[in-house]
Design a protein around this ligand. Sequence first.
Ligand code: A3P
Length: 252
Amino acid sequence: KKQSQLKEVAGIPLQTATVDNWSQIQNFEAKPDDLLICTYPKAGTTWIQEIVDMIEQDADVEKCQRAVIQHRHPFIEWARPPQPSARNAKDCMVSYYYFQRMNQVLPDPGTWEEYFEAFIDGKVGWGSWFDHVKGWWEKKDRYQVLFLFYEDIKKDPKHEIQKVAQFMGKNLDETVLDKIVQETSFEKMKENPMTNRSTVPKSILDQSISPFMRKGTVGDWKNHFTVAQNEKFDEIYRKKMEGITINFCLEL
Ligand code: A3P
């Protein structure tokens, strides 16, 4: 078993590296033209990062491959304007469970049953999915926020990518747009060493346990949730998300 532990800051369990940089995070000030990507872990962070970079670089693949994705989009909690990306909680939970197994600097997730409870209670790194989604949803009209859904990008990548480009003030022509759709597909990003985290040492991400680019689908939760877990989850979801009118897509 792994020895890694999370530490709580303001009631939110965080990775120790994040805790160490806490003052830097709190003092972060965005510049007017900064674009912040604000995702819950495993909601498709890497995917939207690559899409944004491809839009910025007008689909120039070579420019996008200048560095690995985590250097092109440094994490605010580790390095130094908002675009929350949401994925349905059930698929997020499954993805996070596998990620926590392969990520050697996060605690062991325990059994699936244990993880299910921990996720619902927000006792996982970076806190509660419910708080993240609710928080951004309630603030989305007050700030310049583009709220995106993993499932929508999956369903109609061209349409969603165009939306991101518009938000960024970019007008893309058809060929550029098509190229971005192609290059940011799951298959391409799984093969691409600049996006698939294959350059991260095994002592941090052990891809033999579970690949970083694992499945990239909507509905994998059905292979993990028992009927009882699903009922319990739906009940808790109703309570926690009361007053939030998001209809998460759970299968395509
Ligand atoms: P799965 O574990 O369900 O496969 P993050 O980048 O926030 O850590 O999210 C990782 C999840 O996004 C993983 O989900 C990964 O496979 C998926 N993902 C990454 N790139 C993707 C793409 N181009 N298309 C669809 N899913 C993608």
